[in-house]
Structures are given as structure tokens and as C-alpha cells.
Ligand binder design. Structure first.
Ligand SMILES: O=C([O-])CC(=O)C(=O)O
Ligand SMILES: [Mg+2]
Length: 221
């Protein structure tokens, strides 16, 4: 991790804002673009990343990582070529909860999903699949990884909710939080106007533009 750890308050505020707001406030950056399955729908959380690079179809490094995690971490697990092997199930998740982990982002499969749904954890996974993982490869813990096309380094802030997953590099958390606050304020002012019946089509000048301009080429008349 480069620089001091991101403060707990900063992490919590980014988590409360949620994936869409954090991604937009970061300048439409940091989205982990994968077809995540929300194993625990309706939950929203953020935590500092503990990253895990597993060997192919293997979860030995997850066992190791659980000896390193700190309270408030989100475990981010991937492989060089992610495969639908279950690298986490209820026994590993039970250890994660006991160590204070708040979320799991699994770029592989999870199993025992009914049990995972009962735990105080937010879990996104690429697959749900019972196929067992091996424990044959050492892998690596707390190394930078790429998940959903985006780099995640140890200590970065990972946000999970039903919209997906986003990462804020640890060195940018303060700047992004300022932008998040500004965005939330702006959105709350807009929400109040739209709730009263005002239309963005008018307020943003879109109607005036559309009425003044000829139909753009190629778009339906
Ligand atoms: O044991 C495993 O490899 C995965 C699993 O099912 C669990 O953690 O309960
Ligand atoms: Mg199991």
C-alpha cells in the first residue's frame, strides 16, 4: 500500500454513497465491470481491499489471506484466468466474518450461497457453482490485481452494492470523497425540484435545443 491507510470515516462515507455515486464523482472511473451476481442483494458496503491472486481453480491463497485481513477489509479474490471454481463457501466466509471482513468480491465462484446470505457480509461473485477448489497453488496475497478490467491495489477502497462494484485508489480517496459530497448535494437539490414536477428536459435546456435543431442525421424522426 502506498501512503497512509484510508481512514475508517472516509471508507464509511464512500460506502454510504454507493457505487454509482462514487464512480461518477471519481470522473466515471473505477468501475469493476463484470456481470457480478449479488449473492446478498440489498446490501451496500465499502472496505479497504485485501487482494488475493489465486492459482487456477485454487483457493489456497484465500486461506492464507484470512490470516492477514484486518477488520473493515473487503476481500478481493481473482485468478489469472478466472474460472467457476468455488474459492469461498460458508466455512471460509465464517472465518472472514470472525476477522471483521465486511465484503467479498469474488472473481471466481462461491458456494453455500444460502448460508452466505445469512451472514453479515456483502458478497458479489462472478459465478455461483458447487465445483470445489484445490489447495495446491500458493498464489499471492496483497498484490495489485486486475478485476473487471480495473486495477485494485491493497488498501484501495472497494464499494459494493446492487449496482456492482467500484474501486477508489487509496491515494485518491480524499479527493473522490470531496467530489462525492458535492455530487450528493447537487443531486439532492435536483431531486427536490423533480419531485415537485419540474422536468430535466426543460431545466437542462434539452427541449429548447431539440426544438431549435433539425433532427440529427441517423436518428429517428
Ligand atoms: O472449503 C472450501 O474450499 C469452500 C467452501 O465450501 C467453504 O468455505 O465452505
Ligand atoms: Mg462449504
Amino acid at each position: 500500500m502506498s501512503g497512509p491507510p484510508v481512514g475508517t470515516d472516509v471508507v464509511a462515507e464512500l460506502g454510504a454513497a454507493g457505487v454509482a455515486t462514487v464512480y461518477e464523482a471519481a470522473g466515471r472511473s473505477g468501475l469493476l465491470e463484470e456481470q457480478w451476481q449479488q449473492v446478498t442483494p440489498g446490501r451496500r458496503v465499502a472496505g479497504r481491499a485485501c487482494t488475493v491472486l489465486c492459482g487456477p481453480g485454487d483457493n489456497r491463497a484465500v486461506h492464507e489471506a484470512l490470516a492477514h485481513v484486518r477488520p473493515g477489509d473487503v476481500l478481493v479474490v481473482t485468478m489469472d484466468e478466472p474460472a467457476p471454481a468455488a474459492v469461498v463457501g460458508d466455512l471460509l466466509a465464517t472465518q472472514a466474518v470472525a476477522q471483521g471482513v465486511v465484503g467479498l468480491l469474488i472473481d471466481a465462484a462461491v458456494r453455500d450461497t444460502a448460508e452466505l446470505g445469512q451472514m453479515p457480509l456483502t458478497v458479489h461473485a462472478r459465478w455461483r457453482n458447487a465445483r470445489g477448489a484445490t489447495k495446491a497453488h500458493r498464489g499471492a496475497v496483497d498484490v495489485p490485481v486486475v478485476v473487471g478490467g480495473t486495477r485494485v491495489a491493497p488498501g484501495d477502497v472497494v464499494v459494493l452494492d446492487d449496482d456492482g462494484a467500484a474501486v477508489v485508489p487509496s491515494g485518491e480517496a480524499g479527493r473522490v470523497l470531496d467530489a462525492v459530497r458535492a455530487r450528493l448535494q447537487k443531486e439532492s437539490a435536483l431531486r427536490a425540484r423533480w419531485a415537485k414536477g419540474e422536468l430535466s428536459y426543460d431545466a437542462y435546456g434539452l427541449r429548447a435545443e431539440d426544438e431549435a435543431a433539425p433532427t440529427p442525421e441517423g436518428s429517428p424522426a
